[in-house]
Design a protein around this ligand. Structure first.
Ligand code: LLP
Length: 423
């Protein structure tokens, strides 16, 4: 459920008409709803009720400081994958003890910053990383709390580019090697084993892969405890999918996912951590854009928008579907016709949707991509020298630009001519 609804025939974000924001900010822009972000956090919190747990929002999905602040105010921890993300978490007041550091390629410098600033745990992904972390912690006179990310060799049944839990993926250590690697970790004075980490992929639309993976983690917990390790935390990763299309398959609910967690690992007495990103932010955001031209092609018509693949890469990168809706509600029963919906960038990959049915649209009309709050703005670029688009946050009847659109001057001034070209 989200808070983007038609009221008086025009789309509102909470209590604000989207067209008013478009008039004030200009298009295209990302638009987020505070109430929706909060609701998604609460749904996970309720799903894990009765179990000691921490929801570590995976900020890679949307790391705007205002969004992070909404999460921090709800009591969320954060899952970070770089020093940049770590500093964002700290900037909105999240204490180190609520931040988990994930990622397959943490550098010694990143480890140093997080260890010095305070960290809940590092989710270690390889033996070489373990050695480097041990060295960094020892040099700082600290002990780094760690989990080891195990790769359970489970098919997450999602898009190949976002599946992570099969043995051919670069993530984690094979679960079959886990006992040996935990033994190595326990022998390193700079590390303290606190638990196990697993994350099998993103946009999962079935529960069975979780059930499979978490059952393996439960078995491993018992084995590692028998080996003498104090396994007290289980980080179960993120990945629960969201409905991108009203007419498409409906992913499981967080409550059902919570039941799988309870059933598979609930009896172990571990603190449960999860790292949801997409489900928190995805349907809490729209990309609002304007039709520049309606172009009649041969056998098909094109809607050319002022948003492009550089603003929202998901359709080009993952063949992702986003529902596209007009800001002004079409009259009931209005005729639909198919359009190819494209951006102005100079490549055919800049296509958001093919032969998508929409009501009559004209140049100047506003439309919105739904489910654009996660992996939208964070994956944007300035390709074709198109400035990054602004981000706007709504709360009840208020809205604020939470990242302004840069001016062309600012964009150009980021480049520097070498001295030998001066004058
Ligand atoms: N934890 C770890 C270790 C992850 O790698 C990820 C996502 C998450 C948590 C959060 O997963 P979520 O709950 O958001 O599914 N750019 C792609 C998605 C990449 C996901 C990468 N890892 C997309 O637009 O679909």
């Amino acid at each position: 459920m989200d808070h983007f609804i038609y009221r008086d025939s025009t789309l509102h974000a909470e209590d604000v008409p989207v067209r008013d924001i478009a008039a004030a900010v200009g298009t295209p822009f990302y638009l987020y709803s505070t109430a929706t972000l909060q609701r998604h956090y609460q749904v996970f919190d309720q799903a894990l009720a009765g179990m000691d747990h921490l929801i570590c929002y995976a900020m890679k999905a949307n790391s705007n400081l205002a969004v992070l602040r909404v999460m921090a105010d709800m009591g969320a921890g954060m899952d970070v994958v770089s020093v940049g993300e770590y500093l964002r978490a700290r900037a909105v007041g999240v204490p180190g003890e609520k931040i988990v550091f994930s990622g397959v390629g943490k550098t010694a410098e990143e480890m140093r910053v997080a260890l010095s600033g305070g960290i809940r745990q590092f989710n270690v992904e390889s033996e070489p990383e373990m050695q480097v972390l041990n060295a960094v912690a020892s040099s700082l006179g600290k002990v780094a709390p760690i989990t080891i990310r195990v790769n359970p060799d489970v098919d997450a049944k999602t898009h190949a580019k976002i599946a992570t839990g099969k043995s051919e993926n670069k993530f984690g250590i094979p679960i079959t090697k886990a006992r040996a690697v935990y033994a190595q970790a326990a022998a390193l004075a700079g590390l303290e084993v606190v638990g196990i980490d697993v994350h099998i992929g993103s946009q999962l639309t079935e529960l069975a892969p979780y059930e499979h993976a978490f059952t393996k983690v439960a078995e491993l917990t018992q084995q590692l405890r028998a080996d003498g390790h104090d396994i007290r935390r289980l980080d179960l990763g993120g990945g629960l999918g969201i409905p991108y299309s009203r007419s498409n398959i409906t992913p499981p609910l967080p409550l059902e996912y919570g039941e799988v967690i309870r059933r598979t690992v609930g009896h172990l007495g571990c603190e449960i951590e999860i790292e949801p990103g997409r489900l928190i932010a995805g349907n809490a955001g729209l990309l609002v854009t304007k039709v520049i031209y309606v172009k009649e092609g041969e056998g098909r018509n094109f809607l050319i928008l002022d948003a492009a693949m550089n603003d929202l890469i998901r359709p080009a990168m993952y063949d992702a579907h986003h529902d596209i809706i007009p800001i002004e509600e079409p009259a009931p029963g209005s005729t639909l016709s198919p359009f190819d919906i494209v951006g102005p960038v100079c490549e055919s990959g800049d296509t958001f949707a093919r032969q998508r049915d929409l009501p009559t649209v004209e140049s100047g009309d506003l439309i919105a991509f739904r489910s654009a709050g996660a992996y939208g703005a964070v994956m944007a670029s300035e390709y074709n020298s198109r400035p990054m688009i602004p981000e706007v946050l709504v709360s009840h009847d208020q809205f604020a630009v939470v990242r302004p659109r840069p001016t062309y001057e600012e964009m150009l001034n980021r480049d520097k001519l070498p001295e030998w070209m001066a004058q």
